[in-house]
Design a protein. Structure first.
Length: 282
């Protein structure tokens, strides 16, 4: 039976995505990308120094689109990807939010050197970027089968699945994670009864040192997984995270790629390990 590998927020890290796709378990899986393919912090922060972290949004989009078009994989829409599509529609708020959250850097890498809304919207709506704009606009907000649900951010527990708001699917955080919106209140019970896989919030925010996070209100609770491994977040151990599940939702493996190297999801990654020269990828 086909295994499913869920890949978290990539944020322009084409080098780490290439490394992750070379893992044999990942390569043999059907892939479900959770969104946020673009933007990102071009620095990696260590205690005593800062390293450059290359950003390649077009490279990421080419890799993801190839997997979708040629292998039947799935790519969801993340909130950063929605910045792109909504800016192309002249949405002033989305444009302004994007500009403050990595947009200006991304525009330069897309070949857009003006920063006004009319100029950016026009560039995204004309060749050669229009094709990518249309492709991103066609991305779904969720994927599910009988046992598993995947969304970018999470769900509103007070709404039926069919009535979820786009903003919640792409933006929700504490209301989805915690029982009463507070970290010390414990995890919210999984009222859906399906395994849920999300990205959006770097794991480093909730569980420093981990590559992914398993959330259960009780040992009997159906697990939820957070797999945003902090790619291009500025964290020294930020990388592209993945979680491979069976069709029934049982964990096969968790991996994360950091500077072209693969680590197990449970592996403690130190600054000394990451500060070594990056691995070469073909």
């Amino acid at each position: 039976m086909t295994q499913l590998t869920f890949i978290g927020d990539i944020h322009s890290a084409a080098d780490d995505l290439r490394a992750l796709l070379q893992d044999p378990v990942v390569a043999a899986s059907r892939l479900i990308f959770l969104g946020d393919y673009i933007d990102g912090n071009p620095q990696r922060q260590f205690r005593d120094h800062v390293e450059r972290a290359p950003l390649d949004p077009l490279g990421v989009l080419r890799l993801v689109r190839e997997r979708v078009d040629q292998h039947g994989d799935v790519a969801l829409l993340g909130n950063h990807d929605a910045f792109w599509t909504e800016t192309a529609r002249w949405d002033t708020l989305q444009y302004q939010t994007w500009k403050l959250n990595g947009g200006a850097q991304t525009w330069r890498r897309l070949g857009i050197h003006a920063t006004s809304l009319p100029a950016v919207a026009a560039a995204l709506s004309d060749a050669p970027l229009k094709d990518l704009t249309d492709w991103l606009a066609a991305r779904p907000l969720s994927w599910q089968d009988a046992a598993i649900l995947a969304v970018h951010a999470g769900i509103d527990w007070d709404r039926p699945l069919a009535q979820q708001r786009d903003d919640d699917l792409m933006w929700i955080r504490d209301d989805y994670y915690f029982a009463s919106q507070q970290p010390d209140s414990g995890w919210h019970a999984n009222d859906l009864g399906k395994v849920i896989v999300t990205g959006h919030t770097p794991v480093q925010v909730l569980a420093p040192g981990r590559g992914y996070l398993k959330m259960q209100a009780t040992p009997q609770d159906v697990p939820r997984y957070l797999i945003d491994a902090g790619s291009r977040s500025g964290a020294f151990d930020g990388g592209v995270g993945s979680l491979t599940l069976t069709a029934a939702g049982t964990v096969v493996q968790a991996k994360r790629a950091i500077k072209g190297r693969l680590y197990d999801g449970d592996q403690l990654v130190t600054e000394a390990m990451v500060a070594a020269p990056p691995a070469k990828t073909d």
